[in-house]
Design a binder for this molecule. Structure first.
Ligand SMILES: Nc1ncnc2c1ncn2[C@@H]1O[C@H](COP(=O)(O)OP(=O)(O)OP(=O)(O)O)[C@@H](O)[C@H]1O
Ligand SMILES: [Mg+2]
Length: 233
Protein backbone atom coordinates (compact mmCIF):
# COMPACT_ATOMS: atom_id res chain seq x y z
CA UNK A 1 0.00 0.00 0.00
CA UNK A 2 1.20 3.50 -0.81
CA UNK A 3 1.93 5.86 2.08
CA UNK A 4 0.27 8.62 0.07
CA UNK A 5 -1.93 8.38 -2.98
CA UNK A 6 -3.15 11.62 -4.54
CA UNK A 7 -5.49 11.42 -7.52
CA UNK A 8 -6.18 14.45 -9.69
CA UNK A 9 -6.27 16.79 -6.72
CA UNK A 10 -7.41 20.33 -7.37
CA UNK A 11 -7.77 22.91 -4.63
CA UNK A 12 -9.38 26.26 -5.30
CA UNK A 13 -9.15 29.35 -3.16
CA UNK A 14 -11.94 31.38 -4.71
CA UNK A 15 -11.32 31.09 -8.44
CA UNK A 16 -7.57 30.52 -8.02
CA UNK A 17 -6.40 26.91 -8.29
CA UNK A 18 -3.52 26.47 -5.81
CA UNK A 19 -3.32 22.80 -6.88
CA UNK A 20 -4.20 21.65 -10.38
CA UNK A 21 -5.03 18.00 -11.08
CA UNK A 22 -2.09 16.86 -8.95
CA UNK A 23 -1.56 13.09 -9.10
CA UNK A 24 1.33 11.36 -7.37
CA UNK A 25 2.20 8.58 -4.95
CA UNK A 26 4.67 8.28 -2.11
CA UNK A 27 5.97 4.76 -1.53
CA UNK A 28 6.33 3.69 2.11
CA UNK A 29 9.80 4.42 3.49
CA UNK A 30 10.49 7.20 0.98
CA UNK A 31 12.05 10.47 2.00
CA UNK A 32 10.47 12.89 -0.44
CA UNK A 33 11.56 16.49 -0.85
CA UNK A 34 8.64 18.74 -1.83
CA UNK A 35 10.06 21.53 -3.97
CA UNK A 36 8.70 24.53 -5.82
CA UNK A 37 8.91 28.27 -5.80
CA UNK A 38 6.99 30.53 -3.40
CA UNK A 39 3.30 30.05 -4.05
CA UNK A 40 3.74 26.77 -5.95
CA UNK A 41 1.25 25.01 -3.65
CA UNK A 42 3.52 23.13 -1.20
CA UNK A 43 1.80 24.24 2.00
CA UNK A 44 -1.62 23.72 0.42
CA UNK A 45 -0.63 20.16 -0.49
CA UNK A 46 0.85 19.31 2.91
CA UNK A 47 -2.25 20.63 4.69
CA UNK A 48 -4.48 18.52 2.43
CA UNK A 49 -2.45 15.41 3.24
CA UNK A 50 -2.60 16.25 6.96
CA UNK A 51 -6.40 16.42 6.75
CA UNK A 52 -6.45 20.12 7.67
CA UNK A 53 -7.96 21.02 4.34
CA UNK A 54 -9.97 19.13 1.75
CA UNK A 55 -9.56 18.87 -2.03
CA UNK A 56 -12.05 20.78 -4.19
CA UNK A 57 -11.76 17.93 -6.70
CA UNK A 58 -9.97 14.58 -6.57
CA UNK A 59 -8.96 12.61 -3.50
CA UNK A 60 -6.03 11.81 -1.23
CA UNK A 61 -5.43 8.78 0.96
CA UNK A 62 -2.78 8.15 3.61
CA UNK A 63 -2.01 4.44 4.04
CA UNK A 64 -5.33 3.80 2.36
CA UNK A 65 -7.30 6.00 4.77
CA UNK A 66 -8.91 9.41 4.53
CA UNK A 67 -6.64 11.89 6.37
CA UNK A 68 -9.64 13.87 7.63
CA UNK A 69 -10.82 10.79 9.54
CA UNK A 70 -9.38 9.52 12.82
CA UNK A 71 -7.99 6.36 11.24
CA UNK A 72 -5.92 8.34 8.73
CA UNK A 73 -4.96 11.02 11.26
CA UNK A 74 -3.38 8.52 13.64
CA UNK A 75 -0.52 7.75 11.27
CA UNK A 76 0.35 11.41 10.60
CA UNK A 77 2.90 13.69 12.24
CA UNK A 78 2.44 17.25 10.95
CA UNK A 79 4.63 20.31 11.33
CA UNK A 80 3.28 23.41 9.63
CA UNK A 81 4.33 27.03 9.42
CA UNK A 82 3.17 27.42 13.04
CA UNK A 83 4.98 25.37 15.66
CA UNK A 84 1.93 23.58 17.10
CA UNK A 85 3.35 24.26 20.57
CA UNK A 86 1.38 25.56 23.54
CA UNK A 87 2.89 28.77 24.85
CA UNK A 88 1.34 28.31 28.31
CA UNK A 89 3.29 25.07 28.74
CA UNK A 90 7.01 24.57 29.26
CA UNK A 91 9.01 22.65 26.68
CA UNK A 92 8.91 19.59 28.89
CA UNK A 93 5.14 19.86 29.38
CA UNK A 94 4.62 20.27 25.65
CA UNK A 95 6.49 17.05 24.97
CA UNK A 96 4.75 15.23 27.81
CA UNK A 97 1.39 16.17 26.34
CA UNK A 98 2.45 14.89 22.90
CA UNK A 99 3.75 11.65 24.45
CA UNK A 100 0.48 11.11 26.31
CA UNK A 101 -1.62 11.85 23.22
CA UNK A 102 0.46 9.20 21.41
CA UNK A 103 -0.17 6.88 24.39
CA UNK A 104 3.52 6.15 24.82
CA UNK A 105 4.43 3.88 27.69
CA UNK A 106 6.95 5.56 29.98
CA UNK A 107 6.20 9.04 28.63
CA UNK A 108 8.45 10.83 31.14
CA UNK A 109 11.53 8.86 30.05
CA UNK A 110 10.72 9.52 26.38
CA UNK A 111 10.43 13.22 27.08
CA UNK A 112 13.84 13.28 28.75
CA UNK A 113 15.31 11.38 25.82
CA UNK A 114 13.85 13.86 23.27
CA UNK A 115 14.91 16.94 25.24
CA UNK A 116 18.43 15.54 25.12
CA UNK A 117 18.24 14.68 21.42
CA UNK A 118 17.26 18.23 20.45
CA UNK A 119 19.64 19.67 23.05
CA UNK A 120 17.07 21.53 25.10
CA UNK A 121 17.48 19.73 28.48
CA UNK A 122 18.92 22.77 30.18
CA UNK A 123 15.99 24.97 29.15
CA UNK A 124 13.30 22.29 29.54
CA UNK A 125 11.35 24.38 32.06
CA UNK A 126 11.19 27.45 29.86
CA UNK A 127 8.21 28.16 27.65
CA UNK A 128 8.46 28.20 23.84
CA UNK A 129 8.00 31.97 23.55
CA UNK A 130 11.18 32.39 25.59
CA UNK A 131 13.10 30.38 22.99
CA UNK A 132 14.93 31.59 19.94
CA UNK A 133 13.28 30.68 16.65
CA UNK A 134 15.70 27.84 16.00
CA UNK A 135 15.18 26.40 19.50
CA UNK A 136 11.42 26.54 18.99
CA UNK A 137 11.78 24.76 15.66
CA UNK A 138 13.79 21.96 17.31
CA UNK A 139 11.17 21.60 20.05
CA UNK A 140 8.36 21.62 17.49
CA UNK A 141 10.08 18.81 15.62
CA UNK A 142 10.59 16.79 18.80
CA UNK A 143 6.86 17.19 19.51
CA UNK A 144 6.07 15.64 16.11
CA UNK A 145 8.69 12.88 16.23
CA UNK A 146 8.14 11.72 19.81
CA UNK A 147 5.02 9.69 18.95
CA UNK A 148 6.78 7.86 16.10
CA UNK A 149 4.24 8.63 13.34
CA UNK A 150 4.30 6.50 10.17
CA UNK A 151 4.00 9.52 7.89
CA UNK A 152 5.85 12.75 8.61
CA UNK A 153 4.49 15.85 6.86
CA UNK A 154 6.93 18.66 7.52
CA UNK A 155 6.53 22.13 6.03
CA UNK A 156 9.97 23.75 5.91
CA UNK A 157 11.46 22.00 8.95
CA UNK A 158 14.93 23.38 8.17
CA UNK A 159 13.91 27.02 8.27
CA UNK A 160 15.62 29.11 10.95
CA UNK A 161 18.19 26.46 11.81
CA UNK A 162 21.91 27.16 11.96
CA UNK A 163 24.33 24.65 10.43
CA UNK A 164 24.73 22.62 13.60
CA UNK A 165 20.98 22.41 14.24
CA UNK A 166 20.46 21.52 10.57
CA UNK A 167 22.86 18.60 10.95
CA UNK A 168 21.02 17.53 14.11
CA UNK A 169 17.64 17.64 12.40
CA UNK A 170 19.03 15.80 9.38
CA UNK A 171 20.21 13.04 11.75
CA UNK A 172 16.82 12.83 13.48
CA UNK A 173 14.97 12.60 10.17
CA UNK A 174 17.38 9.93 8.89
CA UNK A 175 16.76 7.93 12.06
CA UNK A 176 12.99 8.22 11.64
CA UNK A 177 13.33 6.92 8.05
CA UNK A 178 15.58 4.08 9.23
CA UNK A 179 12.88 3.21 11.77
CA UNK A 180 10.38 2.86 8.94
CA UNK A 181 8.74 6.29 8.71
CA UNK A 182 7.81 7.92 5.40
CA UNK A 183 8.67 11.58 5.03
CA UNK A 184 7.36 14.42 2.89
CA UNK A 185 9.26 17.63 3.56
CA UNK A 186 9.01 20.98 1.82
CA UNK A 187 12.14 23.06 1.74
CA UNK A 188 13.85 25.95 -0.02
CA UNK A 189 17.20 24.55 1.16
CA UNK A 190 17.77 22.75 -2.11
CA UNK A 191 21.14 21.13 -1.52
CA UNK A 192 20.20 19.99 2.00
CA UNK A 193 16.89 18.66 0.69
CA UNK A 194 18.55 16.78 -2.16
CA UNK A 195 21.06 15.18 0.20
CA UNK A 196 18.33 13.88 2.46
CA UNK A 197 15.83 12.89 -0.21
CA UNK A 198 15.34 9.55 -1.91
CA UNK A 199 12.53 11.09 -3.98
CA UNK A 200 11.53 14.51 -5.27
CA UNK A 201 8.11 16.04 -5.86
CA UNK A 202 8.29 19.30 -7.78
CA UNK A 203 5.33 21.66 -8.07
CA UNK A 204 5.03 24.53 -10.50
CA UNK A 205 2.03 26.83 -10.11
CA UNK A 206 -0.02 24.04 -8.56
CA UNK A 207 0.89 21.33 -11.06
CA UNK A 208 3.14 18.33 -10.51
CA UNK A 209 6.04 18.65 -12.93
CA UNK A 210 8.19 15.88 -11.47
CA UNK A 211 7.59 13.03 -9.08
CA UNK A 212 10.21 10.32 -8.89
CA UNK A 213 13.57 9.33 -7.58
CA UNK A 214 16.10 11.99 -6.72
CA UNK A 215 18.61 11.69 -9.52
CA UNK A 216 22.38 12.07 -9.29
CA UNK A 217 22.15 15.25 -11.39
CA UNK A 218 19.79 16.78 -8.78
CA UNK A 219 22.36 16.04 -6.11
CA UNK A 220 25.30 17.56 -7.96
CA UNK A 221 23.38 20.59 -9.27
CA UNK A 222 20.29 21.07 -7.05
CA UNK A 223 19.11 24.29 -8.71
CA UNK A 224 18.96 22.51 -12.08
CA UNK A 225 15.71 20.89 -10.91
CA UNK A 226 13.92 24.16 -11.68
CA UNK A 227 14.71 23.70 -15.36
CA UNK A 228 11.85 21.16 -15.20
CA UNK A 229 9.53 24.10 -14.55
CA UNK A 230 10.60 25.50 -17.89
CA UNK A 231 11.90 28.80 -16.51
CA UNK A 232 15.43 30.11 -16.52
CA UNK A 233 15.36 32.29 -13.39
N1 LIG B 1 -6.22 30.29 2.53
C1 LIG B 1 -5.93 30.79 1.34
N2 LIG B 1 -6.72 31.69 0.74
C2 LIG B 1 -6.45 32.19 -0.49
N3 LIG B 1 -5.38 31.83 -1.21
C3 LIG B 1 -4.54 30.94 -0.68
C4 LIG B 1 -4.77 30.37 0.61
N4 LIG B 1 -3.75 29.50 0.88
C5 LIG B 1 -2.94 29.54 -0.19
N5 LIG B 1 -3.40 30.39 -1.13
C6 LIG B 1 -2.78 30.66 -2.44
O1 LIG B 1 -2.41 29.42 -3.00
C7 LIG B 1 -1.14 29.52 -3.64
C8 LIG B 1 -0.22 28.47 -3.06
O2 LIG B 1 0.12 28.81 -1.72
P1 LIG B 1 1.00 27.87 -0.80
O3 LIG B 1 1.04 28.49 0.53
O4 LIG B 1 0.51 26.48 -0.91
O5 LIG B 1 2.43 27.98 -1.52
P2 LIG B 1 3.85 27.43 -1.07
O6 LIG B 1 4.39 26.59 -2.18
O7 LIG B 1 3.75 26.79 0.27
O8 LIG B 1 4.72 28.76 -0.98
P3 LIG B 1 5.93 29.18 0.01
O9 LIG B 1 7.18 28.60 -0.58
O10 LIG B 1 5.94 30.67 -0.09
O11 LIG B 1 5.62 28.69 1.39
C9 LIG B 1 -0.67 30.94 -3.43
O12 LIG B 1 -0.96 31.68 -4.61
C10 LIG B 1 -1.51 31.45 -2.28
O13 LIG B 1 -1.74 32.82 -2.40
MG1 LIG C 1 4.54 27.26 2.14
Amino acid sequence: MMAVDARRVTRYFGVYAALRQASFQIPPGACMALLGRNGAGKTTLIRLLAGLNVPSEGAVTVFGADPTHAEGRRSIGFLGHGSGLYDELSAEENLLLAARVARLPDAAAKVREWLRRVQLERVAHNRPHEYSRGMRQRLALARVLIGGPRLLLLDEPLTALDDRATAMVRGLLQEAIADGATLLMSTHHLSEGMQLASHVLLLDRGAVVYCGERTHAMLTDPASVYALCGDKA
